[in-house]
Design a protein around this ligand. Structure first.
Ligand code: NAD
Length: 422
């Protein structure tokens, strides 16, 4: 729901994605033909469809599903419901999913979907109607072997359950592996809810370790205390970090001696806003971003660190738990200032990794224990982090370009192996 709150600092995501691709293609010396293939989505579908509203009115909605690349496996990527979703945004997000899946080495291509709507203005019945009709409209594309949606902005496990049910009704039998992020009772995976926050912790530990540092005693400020931010806070604190500030859309709370994260989580679960939490001084979200901490974790929405505030950031590391929290302009300033940005494609890849586990468990109808899931997640995320660092060193670039180079090179290799049909 967070992304509805602020659309400021909006830079066309497709422009950013293509610019990143072009720069990476240069450093990888990709040949012209490969650039032509990887620069565009393989398949895209735009649908316009009616939904009957509670008051009897008929309303039309536009939705999109884009498969950017499927050379390494079925397309994978979330579906978002938001007022300003358009085809260009979905194309960009699908492309980033391709690189992200390749980067962590899971056998997927990249996809994304979206419906332009304001879910806050829809009743539950309207939301269900919209979800089921959109699922029918994209039915020809999705499937456990072809394209597997997941939750994204404003879509949750309930919406995944409706998608799974609608798809299954068309097939005539239950097909749990058509989506991930489902409720546990219909084939969701243990550990999915915490996966992104847990992945953030593993990535941060690995980057610090590489630089001869330890998480223990490091000060951390976390913007956003939703799914990702709250789990990241809990797990970073459990590993010995000192979480000195957290925030949500209502504001931030700061305590230089460290906040009691477990108490904050408990109070948050009772519905209390972060700005009303006891045990610290109230500060604004802008002030949180500029605290002199070791690690800043933006875990809320895109476009938070921009050309306007990048000079005031005093963290040594920025762990991008959110998607796109740093604008390209800010990126350049941070790089010049020696601040290490751990890029979103790597930092928040724990989510898609456990989604992959959920899909595998669904296909096998055999479910794993939580310990097994955590062990496998750690192994995949830590390896991807080490490989990203090695790639960045090889090409003498920052971690964002390193991650991009690693992901794109793997997709290029897969494309080369498969050849051009016919
Ligand atoms: P969420 O809706 O559960 O939580 C978002 C949090 O951010 C809330 O606490 C909200 O109050 C806060 N917030 C909103 N606007 C804010 C603002 N202007 N300033 C400060 N805080 C603000 O969402 P989430 O699932 O935790 O996702 C957070 C980010 O992580 C998003 O960018 C999302 O795309 C990304 N992400 C999530 C997952 C996942 O598994 N949930 C996976 C990969 C990436």
């Amino acid at each position: 729901m967070a992304e509805l709150v602020s659309q400021q600092h909006r830079v066309n995501p497709l422009t950013i994605a293509l610019d990143q691709f072009d720069r990476t293609a240069e450093i990888l010396h990709l040949d012209e033909d490969m650039r032509k293939v990887l620069r565009v989505p393989k398949r895209e579908l735009t649908v316009n469809f009616p939904v009957r509203m509670d008051d009897g009115r008929l309303e039309m909605f536009s939705g999109y599903r884009v498969q950017h690349n499927v050379n390494r496996g079925p397309a994978k990527g979330g579906i978002r419901f938001a007022p300003d979703v358009d085809i260009e945004e979905v194309r960009a997000l699908a492309m980033w999913m391709t690189w992200k899946c390749a980067l962590v080495g899971i056998p997927y291509g990249g996809a994304k979907g979206g419906v332009a709507c304001n879910p806050k203005q829809l009743s539950r019945t309207e939301l269900e109607g919209l979800t089921r009709r959109f699922t029918s409209e994209i039915y020809t594309l999705i499937g456990p072997e072809s394209d597997i949606p997941a939750p994204d902005m404003n879509t949750d496990s309930q919406i995944m359950a409706w998608i799974m049910d609608t798809y299954s009704m068309q097939r005539g039998y239950s097909v749990p592996a058509v989506v991930t992020g489902k409720p546990l009772e219909i084939g969701g995976s243990a550990g999915r809810t915490e996966a992104t926050g847990r992945g953030v912790t593993y990535v941060v530990e690995e980057v610090l370790g590489y630089r001869g540092e330890r998480l223990e005693g490091k000060t951390v400020a976390i913007q956003g205390f939703g799914n990702v931010g709250s789990h990241a806070a809990e797990l970073l604190a459990a590993q010995g970090a000192k979480v000195v500030a957290i925030s949500d859309v209502s504001g931030a709370v700061f305590n230089a001696r460290g906040l009691d994260v477990n108490a904050a989580l408990q109070i948050k679960n009772e519905g209390v806003l972060v700005s009303d939490l006891p045990g610290g001084e109230r500060i604004s979200n802008d002030e949180l971003l500029e605290l002199p901490v070791d690690i800043l974790v933006p875990a809320a929405i895109h476009g938070q660190i921009t050309g306007e505030n990048a000079d005031d950031i005093r963290a040594r590391y920025i762990a991008e738990a959110a998607n796109g929290p740093t604008t390209p302009e800010a990126d350049e300033i941070l790089r010049e200032r020696g601040i290490i940005v751990i890029p979103d494609v790597l930092c928040n890849a724990g989510g898609v990794t456990v989604s992959y586990f959920e899909w595998v468990q669904g296909l096998q109808a055999f479910f794993w224990e939580i310990d097994q899931i955590r062990r496998r997640l750690k192994s995949i995320i830590s390896r991807a982090t080490r490989e990203t660092i090695a790639t960045a060193e090889k090409y003498d670039v920052d971690l964002r370009m390193g991650a991009s180079a690693l992901g794109i090179s793997r997709v290029a290799e897969a494309t080369l192996s498969r050849g051009i049909y016919p």
